[in-house]
Design a protein around this ligand. Sequence first.
Ligand code: SR1
Ligand code: MG
Length: 402
Amino acid sequence: MSDFSQLEPGSVVAYLASRSTLATHIDAGRIASVREVGDGNLNLVFIIEDEAGSSIVLKQSLPHVRTDPSWPMTRERSAREATVLGRHVVADPRHVPAFYDFDAENYVLAIENLSDHRVWRNELNEGRVHDYAAAEIGAYVARTAFATSPLGLDPLEHKRLIARAVNPELQQITEDLVFTEPYIEHEHNAVLPANEPDVADLRADAALVREMGVAKFRFMTTAQSLIHGDLHTGSVFVRAKTPDAAASVRAFDSEFGFVGPTGFDLGALWGNFIIAAARAEALGEPDRAELILSLPGRLWASFEAEYRALWPSRLDPRVFTDAVLEQLLAGIRDDAAVFAAAKAIRRIVGFAKASDIETLPPPLREGAARGVLHAGRALALTRHGIADVDALAAESLATLRA
Ligand code: SR1
Ligand code: MG
């Protein structure tokens, strides 16, 4: 029996031959190429093509952080990703990769090859905003959130899903990296020397630290829907419309997913839009920064419209009345705003930085990082009672420019 516990380009063909479930997607006897293309923090990713032009992606979780082998990481996260993708592909097949196979023994997912798409963060970094993508992803969050919450699931099924999707180690990574470490001295943190006073200011702001503590508690204790869990712009593939093909937007890499607060996925994108806008501002492209900061409003508007459209199909309207819908939406919006603030700040101060900022030359990086910290802080503190996401994003733009 071959050992497929850590795939290499040389063992992938034998692996494919061992997975009969994949025979309809790729011809293991006529493989033309195998490429390892993983560039994230955690996994091996192979793109395999056969001689007939069919292709698939294999994603295998490593037992440690890819960029730091001394940091152990549970491989069970791939089973959590299989659970999330399996549910999301049913709720909204247009916005995730097709899901072919999960091998629990070797922690390998087989999914659709989307290499005709581009990672949204990289596109934003190169000045291509793909503004249509915000509405697509807003609809994705609404459909998956509705379908995996007590609105779309039988109550017992919702409880079973909470148990099945619990993701202790990766949830704790988010709790630590997003909500805690940026606000304490920690070896994971690093900023330019010129930004150290900015970080000291953040930590000295008791109101901000309180908001982060409350947000962390909500993240740890809220079980609304099966969330993607790491929905930043680096977890979204985009493909613009061409004369031959429709536009396509797909959320991938849901290994941080669990049944959590719906607003976390919206906030992750919103926070990363602030970061992308800070880059555009630093590069002297104010129109592009303004366009990027129209994305939180488009994301929210699409999410809200889809959620409202699904509302009449809720399984139990007895006390889930229309007044409940208004309160749910207000709560999700408020969560999204504070999670956006947390996500923006963590990418500046803590582990796993954003290439949007890191690839700026240091003199520009300093100001862009400061702008993100100020905008995140202002968003967390001023969001209460403001129902207009566009107004909050306009405030972030003004803060970046201050
Ligand atoms: C050790 S994992 C670091 C980060 O990468 C992922 O994208 C998540 O955001 C996580 O916090
Ligand atoms: Mg990822």
